[in-house]
Ligand binder design. Structure first.
Ligand code: BGC
Length: 349
């Protein structure tokens, strides 16, 4: 079978490799890959800035945004051939740490977690893959076209859960959310905000293309002006930050309403410095009881929430987020950004 592989930490090593078909172990599904989503993390791995190969191997099979169809399920499992499934990305610290021991591997304290397609485990970027039944999530068959958005939706479902948990420390009745960045994570965060009945605002640099329309279709407001001005005007109770750009991060931290919650989801690369008035930022956070939280990955509870969000939202809206479907053999095209890209996916079947 063909697999998209890289040598982690070495730029431009992505290639299609012929690998033996995988044999499912006890309690594992054998899955035919249908679609694979490409995200910023994959690009960073390809550029040599992130990623770890499995122990004893030079190359890593890329891909963590999966969608596949079960070819073989262990007898007595909850799965059957033909089921549409998504594989969970993270596996717990094997020791495990306290969070991992409680199924909250997304909050791993030791850093010894592993991740399919990212950290020490081969990913889902191959024509066939295996997955443990307890880390496979079944999707409604009607989601074949958009189910590849399940993983990023799970990341956003976790972010919203974190916001709610922080909000619950006191009386909490958010009305307005600002989402910075109208990529897949930002738009999915906006969708979940709209599903909660909030007044949703999304800010991005572009002024045309598919992003503004994806936002307005949700009944949300699209902005492309300076972050400080938009924040000043709308006074957000919640910000979901999905650009990872240092200046945007600082501007939203300083721009919430009192008792504001900023949830950071963008994984940025380091190396750029900007001047910060740390005293003013501290003063703003303290005097307003503001909170800034980081949020990464997702556990099974968040996958369930994501499956619900996918099942209940308008399919056409999700479909619009997938702006290009590229066959695996032309993976290079998928990795070359185009102006109107939102989510680019590889087709594996
Ligand atoms: C993935 C997460 C993962 C994170 C860090 C993101 O792109 O969606 O599941 O935890 O990268 O490796």
């Amino acid at each position: 079978m063909r697999a998209l592989t890289v040598v982690p930490r070495r730029a431009d090593t992505a290639t299609l490799t012929d690998l033996p078909d995988p044999t499912p172990g006890d309690g594992e599904l054998l899955v035919e890959g249908v679609t694979l989503g490409i995200c910023g993390t994959d690009k960073e791995i390809i550029q040599g800035g992130y990623g770890w190969a499995p122990s004893g191997s030079e190359r890593l099979v890329l891909g963590h945004e999966s969608l596949g169809r079960v070819r073989h399920a262990p007898p007595g499992s909850d799965f059957a051939a033909g089921d549409l499934v998504v594989g969970v990305v993270r596996r717990p610290d094997p020791v495990p740490c306290g969070a991992c021991a409680r199924g909250e591997f997304d909050m791993c304290r030791s850093g010894r977690y592993t991740e399919r397609g990212i950290k020490e485990r081969d990913g889902y970027g191959s024509e066939l893959w295996t997955v443990e039944t307890e880390y496979a999530v079944r999707l409604d068959p009607s989601l074949e076209h958009v189910g590849v958005l399940m993983e990023p939706t799970s990341v956003v479902a976790k972010a919203w859960e974190q916001v709610d948990k922080v909000g619950a420390r006191s009386w909490y009745d958010p009305k307005t959310v600002l989402v910075t960045g109208a990529g897949p994570i930002g738009l999915l965060a906006a969708l979940l905000g709209a599903q909660r009945g909030l007044d949703v605002h999304v800010l991005d640099r572009v002024t045309d293309g598919p992003k503004p329309e994806a936002v307005t279709t949700l009944g949300a407001t699209y902005h492309s002006g300076p972050v400080t001005e938009v924040a000043e005007k709308i006074q957000p109770d919640v910000v979901i930050e999905a650009t990872g750009v240092g200046q945007v991060v600082l501007d939203v931290i300083n721009g919430t309403a009192a008792y504001g919650i900023v949830c950071l989801t963008g994984v940025s690369s380091g190396g750029r410095t900007i001047p910060v008035d740390a005293g003013a930022t501290n003063r703003d956070l303290v005097l307003e009881n503001d909170v800034v939280i980081g949020s990464v990955n997702a556990n099974l509870r968040h996958y369930t929430a994501a499956a619900h969000a996918l099942a209940t939202a308008d399919r056409d809206w999700f479909d619009r987020l997938i702006t290009r479907r590229v066959p695996l053999s032309r993976f290079g095209d998928a990795l070359t950004p185009r102006r109107d890209d939102i989510k680019v996916v590889l087709t594996l079947d």
